[in-house]
Design a protein around this ligand. Structure first.
Ligand code: KIV
Ligand code: ZN
Length: 512
């Protein structure tokens, strides 16, 4: 029988989280996981349980709430890692352990300092440990792209015999090109004994900008699982982006003849949620989810689209969720309407107190802004969750002034561990003056690496969403804040970044 289902394995919460500054809190991971489930992904890789206690708990919380998608934890091929992963996924309705070990000479000799025989033995052992917790075990040969073909066949044969059900072939360093990657997948399937008993998977990085092309080539070569992330987030240049893979398979059904379980109308809302939580803006010309992806600028194109849409459009904007940002609530909406709209958006605030706080902010926003969209609600609860999660520094009052011919000035009152402090400063502009005033109090020594503003919806009364990237002592964090006043949004974002710098525990890196 022909297998025409393509399994979508989302690793936004694990590989995506390895993007600098994209570390997420437990609450943020749960919110994204709920949205991924709504999107219809088959597998959610929720984290790397052995990385930190925080990541272990985040995977556990995701495993507790997700019902239809499989929840997975990554684990190096060590007993401790695999057992931590096994414990973390225990509450899941469907749980998977994804264990990996490097198979290329460069990694085995220089990083692992293990012989090929030892690597095979350890891979088999890791699969056996994992099977004590779940029968859904995935094995990855890290740096498969630079591994010897005969050795890959040997390792995969051994782990399949040990009981692995999914075999993942990663291009860890983004080195492959599509024709080569497709052929490698085809050859592995042809040469590895019992290859028809497992699902073949691919996991590609984007260092040469070919992650999506390589993944699709692997699919044509026989892979039936693709590992990908929302907005292409991930280590270094990122992973293959989920939205591009899904829309390519759907738009070119004539080539792929495959189905995914993805509800494509949830793509844009998911992209926005991930962008706002991680602080990674989506570039306007990004395929599928960029603001310009469906915008026709030239007169000839506009004329063509007006006459017959398909002249210049191969996908419909509404099919990927553009325009789904319904006008939801207004000034007169009550608490129940607010609560049920949040629920429809997959947002469940954990306590009445949090709901009350979010509702008060909603009323405040409705006074400043006539139309409230779903995106506003997402930003609003993000703010609420941020404040709840990290109370170290909090904005109390801000007054910033800028006037032609005058030096911009800001006065800020903020609380540090409940104690109010006030400072003022001049600056190059009101945002600069605000950040300097904050630093007069905090004296963090952090370096501001990035400052960006996006409007959440359109119009000049839209909320501005500010992202700042701060680095200190080798740690990088992203802070976000949203407000109809972008100077206030900037102050919130800066304080959010400082809170992350001061409070978050370090995560271990899975590849080290
Ligand atoms: O890129 C990679 O090789 C990985 C593995 C852990 C699958 O992320
Ligand atoms: Zn990876």
């Amino acid at each position: 029988m022909k297998n025409n289902k393509l399994i979508i394995f989302d690793t936004t919460l694990r590989d995506g989280e390895q993007s600098p500054g994209a570390a997420m809190t437990k609450e943020e991971k749960v919110r994204i996981a709920r949205q991924l489930e709504k999107l219809g992904v088959d597998v959610i890789e929720a984290g790397f349980a052995a990385a930190s206690q925080g990541d272990f708990e985040a995977i556990r919380s995701v495993a507790e709430v997700i019902k239809t998608s499989t929840v997975c934890s990554l684990a190096r091929a060590s007993e401790n890692d695999v057992r931590r992963a096994g414990e973390a996924i225990k509450p899941a309705v469907k749980g998977r352990i994804h264990t990996f070990i490097a198979t290329s000479p460069i990694h085995m000799e220089n990083k692992l300092r293990m012989t090929p025989d030892q690597v095979v033995e350890r891979a088999v052992q890791a699969v056996k440990w994992a099977l004590e917790y779940t029968d859904d075990v995935e094995f990855s040969a890290e740096d498969a792209v630079r591994s010897d073909m005969d050795f890959l066949v040997r390792v995969f044969d051994a782990v399949i015999q040990a009981g692995a059900r999914t075999i993942n072939v990663p291009d860890t360093v983004g080195y492959s090109i599509p024709a080569q990657w497709g052929e490698r997948m085809q050859q592995l399937i042809a040469r590895v004994p019992n290859s028809d008993k497992v699902v073949w998977s691919t996991h590609c990085h984007n260092d040469l900008g070919m992650a999506v092309a390589n993944s699709l080539a692997a699919v044509l070569g026989g892979a039936r699982q693709v590992e990908c992330t929302i907005n292409g987030l991930g280590e270094r240049a990122g992973n293959a982006s989920l939205e591009e893979i899904v829309m390519a398979v759907r738009t070119r059904k004539d080539i792929f003849d495959l189905e995914t379980g993805i509800d494509t109308t949830q793509i844009v809302p998911t992209s926005r949620l991930v962008s706002s939580i991680t602080g990674y803006p989506v570039q306007p010309n990004k395929a599928v989810v960029g603001a310009n992806a469906f915008a026709h600028e030239s007169g000839i194109h506009q004329d063509g689209v007006l006459k017959h849409r398909e002249t210049y459009e191969i996908m419909r904007a509404e099919d990927v969720g553009w325009g789904a940002n319904k006008l939801t609530l207004g000034k007169l909406s009550g608490r129940n309407a607010f609560r049920s709209r949040l629920k429809e958006l997959g947002i469940e605030l954990e306590s009445e107190e949090l709901l009350n706080g979010a509702f008060a902010r909603f009323k405040d926003l409705a006074d400043k802004k006539s139309e409230i969209f779903d995106e506003d609600l997402h930003a609003l609860v993000s703010d609420e969750a941020m404040e709840e999660a990290s109370e170290h520094f909090k904005l109390v009052y801000l007054q910033a002034s800028s006037q032609t011919g005058e030096i911009p000035h800001a006065t800020i009152t903020m609380s540090e561990n409940g104690q109010e402090k006030t400072a003022e400063s001049n600056g190059g502009g009101p945002v600069d003056a605000t950040f300097k005033a904050i630093e007069t109090i905090v004296d963090s020594g952090a370096e501001l690496q990035l400052y960006s503003v996006n409007n959440i919806t359109s119009g000049t009364d839209a909320q501005g969403e500010v992202t700042v990237r701060l680095s200190k002592g080798g740690r990088i964090v992203n802070g976000q804040g949203a407000d109809t006043d972008i100077v206030v949004a900037s102050a919130k974002a800066y304080l959010n970044g400082l809170n992350k710098l001061y409070s978050k525990s370090e995560r271990a890196h899975p590849q080290v």
